[in-house]
Design a protein around this ligand. Structure first.
Ligand code: SF4
Length: 69
């Protein structure tokens, strides 16, 4: 069974790097909080790209909040 990535929603700062590096797996979601809209990344297709490409996205995350679940 392939490993699947997880985004720590609390830590994500919404920089969009992961969605640019690996759009097959990650996308941004909008979330209402205190009347403001904050973009957070989410995993919508955990097996949509080879592990190496997912790891490239992990490497590009400035707060290292993507990990293998
Ligand atoms: Fe969030 Fe990290 Fe993706 Fe940036 S790279 S949007 S901080 S999960």
């Amino acid at each position: 069974m392939p490993r699947t990535p997880v985004v720590d929603q609390e830590a994500c700062i919404g920089c969009e790097n992961c969605t640019l590096v690996c759009p097959e797996v990650f996308r941004m979601q909008e979330e209402e909080h205190d009347g403001h809209s904050h973009g957070k990344a989410m995993v919508y297709n955990p097996t949509g790209a080879p592990e190496a490409k997912i790891e490239a996205a992990m490497d590009q995350c400035p707060v290292a909040c993507i990990y293998w679940g």
